[in-house]
Design a protein around this ligand. Structure first.
Ligand SMILES: O=C(O)C(=O)C[C@]1(C(=O)O)C=C[C@@H](O)C=C1
Length: 369
């Protein structure tokens, strides 16, 4: 049977008509949800209402993936739904998201994948600036890198959590692939710019293809691309999108030492959300080092409550020399639950400070569970 192009396009036109009607019906319901969220609140509370609900979004993504009969690829359908919900957020409220810029950084990529195109973004110079933008209320949400699967914890983020009042509302995982971008050819490159963590992730490539070339650290990979675009014999190691943004050519793709290189980001805000089917909680506590076995006792509290730990790290407390703040993330528990309440009470018996830094839906990629 031969297919007629005009007839097929008429079918598409008719389907688009239905889609637009349905999308607007959905948008109207979303507006009503926005009104419901503000019901019975005083003006100050109304201003602080949260329209971004990570647990509900996780549910929607799971549902559309489950319902998808094909031929649309699951990732394509999720990308469409990302934008539908982004528009939905923007209809309910003006939302501003702070990220570590400039445009084209991995933080920018993570933010766009999390919030979509319809919200507004504010590029920040440092991770500290992202925290400050949220803490001072200039942005309702901020996106900060927390840890990388090769390079480990992002120290400036941990240190900011020690001092800041912001809370973690969501987590998101971004596969990280590095590209060598330049205006010149590989042979002519005299200098390579990148973020130190990215340079550390591309050691094998650098040693084989650019041995002995000057490596220059900068604040972000997109800043590196910006610098490389201004110099004739320079290159940057950065995200693919920087090629278009900064007018650079792709010389080498996927140059990271490990192909499953992934960075976990936190979405920070002034409040976390209610429990979902599967949550995590990140706690921070300082143990009194004069008590023998204090750390062991602290960790035993989690064991006693059958809580599985997914992350443990420590940083100097910045308040007392040789006192350490421990970060412990547990899975299968929400920060507002009775279990977490008991854990905090028991920890307080031998820890100097105990704080829940955040609680958020478990978004680990399937293969890391
Ligand atoms: O369910 C909500 O609370 C909504 O605001 C609706 C909706 C959606 O469009 O589905 C929009 C934004 C939220 O982040 C989650 C879901």
């Amino acid at each position: 049977m031969s297919l007629n192009l005009d007839t097929l396009r008429q079918q598409i036109d008719s389907l688009d008509h239905k889609l637009i009607t349905l999308l607007n019906e959905r948008a109207q319901v979303s507006l009503d949800i926005g009104t419901a969220k503000r019901q019975n609140l005083d003006p100050q509370e109304e201003e602080n209402t949260h329209v971004y609900i990570p647990g509900r979004e996780k549910q929607v993504f799971e549902k559309v993936t489950r319902l998808n009969p094909g031929p649309l690829a699951p990732d394509s359908l999720c990308a469409i739904y990302r934008e539908i919900m982004s528009a939905s957020i923007a209809l309910q409220k003006d939302v501003m998201v702070a990220y570590l810029g400039p445009v084209g950084s991995f933080s920018h990529d993570a933010s766009m994948k999390r919030f979509g195109d319809s919200v507004q973004y504010a590029s920040q110079g440092t991770i500290g600036d992202v925290f400050d933008a949220v803490e001072r209320g200039r942005c309702q949400y901020g996106v900060v890198p927390f840890e990388n699967s090769i390079a480990g914890s992002v120290v400036p983020t941990l240190d900011k959590f020690v001092k800041s009042k912001v809370k973690i509302r969501a987590e998101t995982y971004l596969p990280v692939h590095h590209y060598l971008l330049s205006k010149s050819s590989t042979d002519a490159i005299r200098r390579v710019y990148s973020h130190p963590v990215a340079l550390a992730q591309c050691q094998t490539f650098l040693n084989s293809k650019l041995k002995g070339i000057e490596l220059v650290s900068c604040a972000s990979t997109s800043e590196a691309a910006h610098l490389a675009s201004k110099e004739k014999f320079a290159a940057a190691i950065c995200n693919r999108v920087c090629a278009e943004i900064y007018g650079l050519d792709i010389l080498h793709a996927d140059i990271e030492d490990q192909q499953d290189n992934t960075t976990r980001f936190f979405i920070i805000s002034d409040a976390w959300d209610g429990p979902t089917a599967s949550d995590k909680a990140l706690l921070m506590f300082t143990v009194d080092h004069r008590l023998p076995g204090a750390l062991c006792d602290a960790l035993k509290v989690f064991k006693d409550h059958s809580l599985n730990l997914t992350k443990i790290d420590s940083r100097p407390s910045l308040q007392r020399p040789w006192h350490y703040v421990f970060f412990v993330e547990s899975v299968g528990v929400h920060g507002d639950s009775q279990v977490m309440n008991d854990v905090v009470t028991e920890l307080a018996n031998f820890c100097l400070d105990v704080k829940i830094v955040g609680t958020y839906p478990d978004q680990r990629p399937q293969d890391t569970n």
